[in-house]
Design a protein around this ligand. Structure first.
Ligand SMILES: [Zn+2]
Length: 396
């Protein structure tokens, strides 16, 4: 029989939890990692869930894929956006290549794999799936099999919520369901390569990191919530112990993460900064705090650049010929981009502290630039600060 390969994708698992046992006791994961070759993986630019996983499994950069995040700007508008899905992925993933070589594959939860595309084996799509009422499996009948045993599939939870008790309950419910489904697939299907990505870890870190990481600027010891991260890892770890017994002994196991996790210190309001610096002109003063930047408040006849929030900032130049009311001439583009890069790198923190900012053009990062790429990709203080696109705040 062929040797099997099982890939466990732990979304946003930081190396220090896996390697240094940073407050988490691991058994099966430690056995797998400890008895194996370890490689330090560099995430892609930008180091976020979409595009990181699909970049890993296609071996293509976000530039080649034309995927720079979850949302993409519709050309010609400020706020209008589209969400990428599997149809935007124009390269073969490792499971496609394996299938072509005659191997049977299983894919669960890899973003973005919705809508599901045919594979030589089976596939359950990822957190970008609109809901369990959609067709989310290949073959299509796999959905019925999954639901008859485990109920409607849970793709994601609302994790940006102050109701932490509810988040915790839903997170556990979702993850336990996924673990049961994958266990069932491991046992009952014929496969040579199986890839399972659990996005629950990312949601876990978002919701509970500040109760866990003592270096978090707003760290809080909490009788219940401070135990959530260690308990969640233990759940995954116990499951791995169990499913290893279901696989042939010589199965190769790979544990991978798409990017790390760190404490978020705050948000930097990029459009407000661009306005202060004169790159962005508004027709009127913002009416309220936290207002979204919309096309009608921007004075396009005098605006050079504007930005988008997210974890990293995307900056767009109001380029003539590309933007509906573009004013920046092609021959001024390069020098404007360079000037913006210099200005971004010089931005300091609220107390005047030095920040480790990075600003790249997509051409510096990728061999090819496809799709709706931003003109600049900016990280504030090595991503300790996120970027927000809203305006009308008292401070930056
Ligand atoms: Zn991720």
């Amino acid at each position: 029989m062929r040797r099997k390969l099982f890939v466990l994708g732990l979304d946003s698992a930081p190396p220090r939890i896996i390697y240094d046992e940073y407050g988490v006791e691991l058994k099966a994961l430690k056995e797998v990692v400890g008895g194996s070759a370890r490689y330090l993986m560099r995430s892609c630019h930008p180091p976020i869930t979409i595009p990181a996983w699909i970049s890993m499994f296609t071996g293509k950069t976000p530039g080649e894929l034309g995927i720079y995040g979850f949302r993409h700007r519709k050309p010609g508008d400020v706020r209008e956006s589209y969400i990428v899905n599997s149809s935007y992925v124009k390269f073969r993933a490792i499971w496609d290549e394996a299938g072509r070589a005659g191997l049977r594959v299983g894919v669960v939860g890899v973003p973005p794999t919705y809508p599901p595309r045919p594979v030589h084996g089976f596939l359950i799509s990822d957190f970008t799936t609109p809901g369990p009422d959609k067709a989310y499996t290949f073959p299509p009948w796999l959905k019925r099999e999954v639901e008859s045993k485990f109920g409607p599939y849970i793709f994601d939870i609302l994790y940006r919520s102050h109701e932490k008790g509810k988040v915790l309950k839903e997170l556990m419910e979702m993850t336990k369901q996924h673990l049961e489904v994958v266990k069932h697939l491991i046992k009952s299907k014929d496969w040579d390569l199986m890839i399972y990505v659990e996005v629950g870890l990312d949601r876990l870190h978002h919701a509970f990191w500040r109760y866990f990481d003592k270096e978090h600027p707003r760290y809080e010891e909490h009788s219940e919530y401070s135990r959530v991260i260690p308990e969640y890892y233990k759940l995954i770890d116990d499951w791995l112990s169990e499913v290893r017994e279901l696989m042939p002994r010589d199965t190769a196991i790979v544990v991978v993460s798409d990017h790390g996790t760190k404490a978020m210190k705050g948000a930097f309001v990029i459009n407000q900064w661009l306005e202060e610096k004169g790159y962005l002109k508004l027709k009127e003063k913002p009416k309220r705090q936290g207002q979204d930047l919309s096309s009608d408040v921007v004075d396009w006849s005098r605006t050079l650049a504007w930005g988008w929030g997210g974890y990293y900032a995307r900056v767009f130049i109001n380029l003539e010929g590309r933007e509906p009311q573009g004013i920046v001439k092609r021959d001024e583009y390069e020098s404007l981009v360079e000037q913006l890069k210099r200005d971004f790198k010089g931005i300091r923190g609220p107390q005047g502290e030095k920040w480790d900012n990075k600003a790249f053009t997509p051409y510096e990062l990728y061999p090819t630039v496809n799709g709706d790429a931003p003109d600049l990709i900016v990280y504030f203080d090595d991503l300790s600060w996120r970027s927000a696109g809203t305006i009308g705040w008292d401070t930056l």
